[in-house]
Design a protein around this ligand. Sequence first.
Ligand code: KG4
Ligand code: ZN
Length: 337
Amino acid sequence: MKNKDIYILGIETSCDETAVAIVKNGREIIANVVSSQIESHSRFGGVVPEIASRHHVEQITLVLEEALEQGQMMWDDIDAIAVTAGPGLVGALLIGISAAKALAFAKNKPLIGVHHIAGHIYANRLVQEFEFPLLALIVSGGHTELVLMKEHGNYQVIGETRDDAAGEAFDKVARMLELPYPGGPHIDRLAAEGKEEIQFPRAWLEQDSYDFSFSGLKSAVINKIHNLKQRGEEINQANIATSFQNSVVEVLTEKTYRAALEYGVKQVIVAGGVAANKGLRSSLETKFAESDIPLLIPPFALCTDNAAMIAAAGTISYQQEKYSSMDLNANPSLMLK
Ligand code: KG4
Ligand code: ZN
């Protein structure tokens, strides 16, 4: 008998996107709805947790209905409800979790708590099947991690940031350059026009470490901007953007490449908002062209927060019968394991 298709409904509310999606067999997007709050937060220069929670409350039911409509799905078709359980903003996570629990209870479906980073990794499986062992570089506003996976649902963090996340550094430097929030895309655009006028430091850390550190670089850039301002000299935004971005990209590329060779991986995947960065994409592509290791970077819409990635990761938990109980709680610092 042919195995039945699996349809998982995913919910993501860990930060400033209210998202619901339906994914078939962990690989095919049936519906994918994302309601972004960026405009509400941009005037504050960052995400305001209270505002985020309130937006999620207002949006969740609408987004849910739209996803079912888009997918032309009935509740009977859905096998389980997957939801981001952490990490993220606690108040924001709780909205998604409450919605997921209510649905699981009312519709009598299994509930599956998903780690947000597992979601970012599984966004790639919506494009291409995984081959193990694989190495994932996760670079977002809250995370910079190198994760080794030997099989589905198995994660080994081999490197992580010791201070700021890569995206956070992009956003802070952008703020100093008086660019709008989120600053990553603006730095990316400017970096394409500038030249590396200033050699900012590269934080390699100990020789064999796969950890990252971006706060020293961030301070170096901020000091440079302060100095220029104090001396009344012109601030060339594009050159600063290029110099800063090159430093981040070089460290991310070199460490990812070194780890890929050391662990003999069959695939390297990139995930998270900073995976949209053109400088990072081209640097990784050039570097991995020297090897025969395939490099996979998802399309932009799957790089940033969405619920299809949560449903995709949740499908593995469903197949492995790793369900959550009704006392599932939001965990702002949930570990990936
Ligand atoms: O994954 P994401 O949407 O949210 C988190 O889970 O954090 O990532 C958002 C981050 C922000 O810091 C944003 O500035 C950064 O991704 N970002 C970029 C680019 N596009 C988004 N950073 C550099 N270059 C980009 N093109
Ligand atoms: Zn994210």
